[in-house]
Design a protein around this ligand. Structure first.
Ligand code: ATP
Length: 581
């Protein structure tokens, strides 16, 4: 991360106003010390009114300054937020980006409204105060000047460590945010592939790592406050002891001695406060660097980005709605073992008068749909957009509970039996229109439903899905990491990884939502050929848009406005053999 200059974030007039405030504040500090010293030394009350006025003005100025700075901070953050949103193309709008826009910009606040104004105050107030101390007693100025550099030196030494730990903490937070969003968006995929429990563990580990990084940053902050406090106290003591001795010896009058004693801590205070605020603002500094890096990158929103972003916010939101509709009784445990006995034989699926109504919709998405898919039969579901094809698959996946009607698996209704749904889930491979890949390696993405599978089985599954060639050409082959929101692979490659996933999972039932994303000719024919191989010998429901996908089925059922309007009779003949046993 490149270093960032304060001027990159804060407009110049803001610095000027901070400087003016610092000068006024410096003058008021000196006036306050002067009036207090005269009142005590002369034992007269005539200055008390002026003293009270200075204290009140000082408080008002400080309040005014805090208000102006806070408003400026909000304006700067809002401006950065909208610039980031305008600039960052859809590929970058992942969970990390969300973390940057949310907690990231919020972390900028202590930097903008705390550290930077304090930096200006530290440059202006100590010299003003030291001039007045020098007029009263030049020896004290020499002592303060000798000790003063210790504060920034210690501050810088600790600051370097602070920057390191806060950047680490920020990186951990971004990783956590990115992964969490990925997991949420792909929750339905994880659920079908029985990996929710594993992902919960991963999120827990990331949260622990972030907590450790936070504790380490806090330790450094406390240590730094302690060191700075010690240096300031020692400096004041070094000034006070000789002043006391010279007062007793009669070498120094009481009024200038009091001015020196009152002003010595004020000369040190801004530097000490700057050290403390540096810690509070260090995360903001890390964020500012990231913001500047993003704004410096060329924006690349365009057709390619749009394609790469397939499976974007709309589809994620839609999936979330679907997942929210899962009745509590149907939650499938991630640690549920696959039912191996189920894997060996094709399954019969029956829907009886299934009706699904989405909230806020007049027309049901499925209207009394009855359908029987014989063991080993492949049925294509066709129909215009919005006919209810995906909803039909979602009912079978348990994402959507029918409002009326029954779903029977091998003649048995899972109903609200959690175990029955877990067994059923373990028997399904689901390939959605826009398969969800996770920000992990290609290898782990393929073996999502079978984490124990070794590389040779993964390779076999990838070859069956015509994915082996492009995976071998990736920079690290199967170990190549996939970015957030499937960045780094094309829509066609994503489909082939999803098919490889299904080949490896090797379940008796396949539910396939044909990809509608624009695929090039080679990708399309590769996906069709692989899908033919995958469906062989399995009970399958395929939402089909293209003739090639309809042709691979034994029969097709047409849905229009949620109703079955046309269904061919089942094809006769034995089921074809599986590709992967
Ligand atoms: N989560 C939801 N909330 C509300 N309405 C929904 C939801 N999902 C789907 N619908 C509506 O239900 C109807 C059927 O949608 P569905 O996605 O099943 O159709 P489809 O045939 O798969 O369409 P496409 O071919 O365009 O994917 C549509 O009118 C759709 O707008």
């Amino acid at each position: 991360m490149s270093a960032i200059r304060p001027g990159d974030l804060v407009p110049r007039p803001m610095f000027v106003s901070w400087a003016v405030f610092a000068a006024v504040q410096g003058g008021l500090i000196i006036a306050q010390a002067e009036l207090l010293a005269r009142t005590i030394a002369g034992l007269e009350t005539s200055w008390l009114g002026w003293l009270a006025a200075v204290i009140v003005v000082r408080a008002c100025v400080a309040r005014l300054f805090a208000g102006t700075t806070r408003r400026a901070g909000i304006a700067i953050r809002q401006d950065l937020g909208s610039r980031l949103l305008r600039h960052a193309d859809s590929r970058r709008r992942g969970g990390e980006f969300g973390t940057l826009l949310g907690p990231g910009l919020a972390a900028l606040d202590p930097y903008l409204t705390g550290y930077l104004p304090q930096l200006v105050i530290s440059v202006i107030v100590p010299p003003l105060v030291l001039i007045r101390v020098g007029v009263a007693d030049w020896i004290s100025v020499l002592i303060i000047l000798a000790a003063l550099p210790l504060i920034p030196v210690f501050g810088i030494l600790i600051g370097l460590r602070t920057r390191e730990v806060t950047e680490h903490r920020w990186a951990e937070l971004q990783r956590l945010g990115g992964h969490f969003r990925d997991v949420l968006a792909g929750l339905s995929t994880l659920r079908v592939f029985g990996r929710t429990g594993h992902q919960a563990r991963v999120v827990r580990e990331m949260a622990t790592s972030h907590r450790r990084a936070t504790m380490s940053a806090l330790r450094v902050a406390f240590l730094s406050a302690l060191v700075l406090e010690l240096v300031c106290s020692l400096t004041v003591a070094l000034v006070a002891v000789p002043i006391g001795l010279r007062l007793i010896a009669g070498d120094l009058a009481l009024a200038p001695a009091l001015v020196v004693l009152l002003l010595a801590p004020e000369a040190l205070l801004p530097l000490r406060a700057m050290g403390t605020r540096f810690h509070a603002g260090a995360e903001g500094l890390a964020v500012a660097g990231r913001v500047r890096d993003i704004l410096a990158e060329p924006s690349a929103d365009g057709p390619a980005a749009a394609e790469a972003a397939a499976g974007g916010p709309d589809s994620a939101a839609r999936q979330r709605v679907v997942v929210e509709r899962i009745p509590p009784g149907r939650a499938v445990s991630g640690s549920e073992p696959l039912d191996v006995a189920d894997r060996g034989r094709p399954v019969e699926i029956t829907l009886v008068d299934v009706t699904v109504r989405y909230p806020g919709r007049d027309r049901p998405a499925l209207d009394r749909v009855s359908l029987t898919v014989a063991p080993g039969e492949r049925v294509a579901i066709t129909g215009p957009s919005g006919a209810g094809k995906s909803t039909l698959l979602h009912v079978l996946l348990g994402f959507v509970a029918p409002d009326e009607g029954r779903v029977l698996i091998d003649g048995v209704e899972p109903g609200t039996d959690e175990l029955a749904w877990a067994r059923w889930s373990a028997a399904i491979s689901w390939i959605p229109q826009q398969p969800r890949l996770f920000a992990t390696t290609v290898l782990d993405n393929i073996r999502l439903g079978r984490p124990e599978a070794d590389l040779s089985r993964v390779r076999a599954a990838a070859s069956a899905a015509d994915a082996a060639e492009f995976i071998d050409a990736l920079p690290h082959g199967y170990a190549t990491p996939i970015g957030e929101r499937s960045s780094g692979v094309s829509a066609g490659q994503r489909q082939r990884i999803a098919l490889a996933r299904a080949f490896l999972r090797d379940t008796p039932v396949v539910l396939l939502d044909e990809p509608t994303a624009r695929l090039d000719l080679h990708s399309e024919s590769a996906v069709v050929d692989s899908a033919v191989g995958l469906l062989a010998g399995r009970t399958a429901l395929v939402v089909a848009h293209r003739p090639a996908f309809v042709a691979m089925a034994d029969r097709s059922v047409r849905l229009v406005e949620g109703r079955v309007v046309d269904g061919e009779s089942p094809a006769a003949g034995p089921a074809r053999p599986r590709v992967l046993a």
